[in-house]
Design a protein around this ligand. Structure first.
Ligand SMILES: NC(=O)c1ccc[n+]([C@@H]2O[C@H](COP(=O)([O-])OP(=O)(O)OC[C@H]3O[C@@H](n4cnc5c(N)ncnc54)[C@H](OP(=O)(O)O)[C@@H]3O)[C@@H](O)[C@H]2O)c1
Length: 294
């Protein structure tokens, strides 16, 4: 029977990749993509009524206020979208008896563990974005019977502003880039994450799963790899500390996610961040390198 699968946040960076995969893989189902123009999840009545009227079997909630420093400066908006907004979606999903999939973040952890975080490790966010996303997790866990929470990190992809494109753009404008070298994580390609999300849904997974490309690095190492793989060698990359960069939101110094549960329980594996990066650059950014940079 034809199911209705609703994606909220369908026009975001992950959303566009995910919509493509769902359309091709769940071809027998009806895939509906909404974003803020269709539903503002901050508005309880509007979102609950609209979702209930649609009556989806699966609600994939990936809408969020994702500007980490913006969240620090506008705490009210962060909690309204990521916390209360998620509560409204959970309420609607529960009324429809739908499965709810929610995207969360490595920033629910404080980075003090010093080794890859397990799904069962206690969260302790250092910034407002992480706190508001954790609030969202709690609403999903409390409000929806059949839920899947996927924590991921350091996303980049063809459909949104991201670190890879920002490094390539800056490399065209400057001869030296100063990049943070005291935060460890795993850069994750949205195309790989979207495939894993499809696999988890297909598998019927429930509970919390960590999903990121394998291996880890610092933003500095990542920047060096981006430039090297793009053939840009006239730009110097200087390692700096988070303190020197002075961003409003504190980030964990080590937020690598242990993704063993994904493999153990579903058989799904994630390739390394460097392989994924090579793929992204050759598929989507082949023409973006200015020959003058080489
Ligand atoms: N990006 C990362 O590195 C990262 C890391 C870990 C986890 N995540 C999580 O992964 C998910 C997808 O991230 P992403 O980078 O693809 O995000 P994104 O590109 O910022 O997309 C989020 C989408 O949600 C929409 N949205 C914002 N407020 C809304 C509201 N009140 N009602 C309805 N829609 C609203 C946004 O619209 P506007 O653009 O118009 O605001 C945007 O289209 C998010 O849940 C995020 O928290 C992301």
């Amino acid at each position: 029977m034809k199911r209705i699968i609703l994606v909220i946040g369908a026009k975001g960076m992950l959303g566009r990749d995910l919509m493509g995969i769902l359309h091709s893989s769940f071809s027998k189902d009806e895939i509906i993509g909404w974003d803020i123009e269709e539903v503002d999840i901050r508005k309880e009545d509007e979102s609950v009524t609209k979702i209930e009227k649609l009556g989806p079997e699966i609600v994939i909630h990936i809408a969020a206020y994702t500007d980490v420093d913006g969240c620090e400066l506008d705490m009210e908006k962060a909690f309204a979208v990521n916390g209360e907004g998620t509560k409204h979606v959970a309420l609607a999903a529960s009324k429809c008896r739908a499965k709810m999939v929610y995207l969360s973040t490595d920033y629910v952890f404080d980075g003090e563990k010093g080794e890859p975080y397990l799904e069962s490790d206690p969260p302790h966010p250092l910034n407002v974005y992480g706190q508001s996303k954790l609030k969202g997790e709690q609403y999903v866990q409390e409000g929806v019977k059949d839920s899947l929470i996927v924590r991921t990190q350091w996303l980049y992809g063809p459909f949104g502003k991201n670190f890879v494109d920002s490094i390539l753009r800056q490399a065209r404008e400057k001869s030296t880039l100063s990049i943070v070298n005291d935060q460890m994580g795993s850069p994750t390609y949205t195309a790989d994450l979207a495939k894993a999300l499809f696999g988890l849904i297909q598998f019927g997974a429930r509970g919390i799963f960590h999903v990121a490309n394998s291996d880890f690095c610092t933003w500095y190492t990542f920047a060096e790899a981006i430039l090297k793989l793009s053939g840009v060698n006239r730009v110097r990359v200087l390692p700096i500390s988070s303190k020197e960069l002075g961003r409003p939101a504190t980030r964990p110094s080590y937020s690598v996610l242990n993704c063993q549960k994904l493999k153990k329980e579903t058989g799904l594996t994630m390739r390394s961040w460097s392989e994924a990066l090579k793929d992204y650059l050759s598929t989507h950014r082949q023409l973006s390198a200015d020959p003058g940079d080489r």
